[in-house]
Design a binder for this molecule. Structure first.
Ligand code: DGY
Length: 318
């Protein structure tokens, strides 16, 4: 009998095709852990999950044949790794293939905020463009400003390259500094977290969601920032204390925020909706055809490796 793979939502065809060559594939539409979903995964050998699926003991305990959870994301904070280890279930992610897509969206948020692109579009569409005006929608130039990158992995580095090309000075904070050659190539300088908060004109977050990064950007952190700083988050919502962000935006400490992710995703702190200096995106960091096709292929290859008794390429660190 063919092995069974459950995918919790429709993903690009490329990965599904690869899986269908070998296995019985079902789109399980998770959403919630209800009886229908649990009965679908009871006899499955692999699950392809999304970052919005909470995958934990509730799932592992009812799926005795389950060998692998292949997360269709680079982040994997939605999966209980301790429980996966207990049930000897492999967990994989999709690193490397959404680097540019995510850095591009971070960059887009930054430049849209600093040059007030969304406000300008709204004004024009509303018929309020009545001719060139010297004081209309003045923004801030990026050239010569300091970009502070928190989390200098692949996506942070890709963001650094883009910002350098726009004449920004790059400082960064990371658990461990980059090696000297990489720092030199990126023209980026390591600094402490506090220094980064104090010196940056724009701060862009590229950290995973962990116990250590939960509310890393909180009231105390906002206090240390320059007045008029811009804040960009394309990593995970929990890194920012959203209530503290609302206060910092209200007081003018933060001049603008560009968010692709939210603390209580998909819920969004309602005060943010009415703020002109905030851009809200629906978690589309990796939403390019290129990235999503590669992610689809990658999850399929990880599943195939695991079900053939090999080590998948993208096992997450325990
Ligand atoms: C991921 O893959 O973790 C990203 O957040 C998707 O946009």
């Amino acid at each position: 009998m063919k092995k069974k793979v459950c995918i919790t939502n429709q993903i690009p065809e490329i990965g599904i095709r690869l899986l269908k060559e070998k296995y019985h594939v079902e789109i399980c539409q998770k959403g919630a852990v209800d009886e229908t979903f649990l009965s679908q995964i009871r006899n499955c050998d692999a699950i392809v999950s999304l970052l919005s699926d909470k995958i934990d003991e509730n799932i592992f305990s009812v799926a005795p044949k389950l060998k692998i959870v292949a997360n269709y994301a680079v982040g994997y904070n939605n999966i209980d790794l301790n429980a996966a280890k207990k049930y000897k279930i492999m967990v994989t992610n999709t690193p490397g293939v959404l680097t540019h897509a995510t850095a591009e969206i971070a960059f887009a948020l930054m430049i849209s905020l600093t040059r007030r692109i969304i406000e300008a579009d709204k004004l024009t569409r509303a018929g309020h463009f009545t001719g060139w005006e010297p004081m209309l929608l003045l923004g801030d130039e990026l050239n010569g400003k300091t970009m502070g990158i928190v989390g200098m992995g692949r996506i942070g580095q890709s963001m650094a390259i883009k910002c350098r090309a726009f004449g920004m000075n790059i400082i960064y904070h990371n658990r461990t500094p980059l090696d000297e050659n990489t720092e030199k190539a990126l023209e980026a300088a390591y600094c402490s977290f506090d220094e980064l908060l104090q010196q940056s004109d724009v701060i862009s977050l590229h950290t995973p969601s962990t116990r250590e990064t939960f509310h890393l950007i909180n009231e105390a952190a906002f206090k240390k920032m320059k007045t008029g700083v811009y804040l960009i988050n394309t990593s995970r919502g929990e890194v920012i204390d959203e209530a503290a962000l609302v206060s910092a935006l209200r007081s003018g400490k933060v001049k603008g925020a560009g968010l692709d992710v939210y603390e209580f995703e998909p819920e969004i702190t309602h005060e943010l909706f009415s703020m002109e200096n905030v851009i809200l995106l629906p978690h589309i960091g990796s939403a390019t055809t290129e990235a999503r096709n590669k992610m689809s292929e990658m999850v399929a290859r990880n599943v195939i490796a695991a079900l053939e008794g090999k080590n998948p390429e993208n096992l997450v660190p325990e």
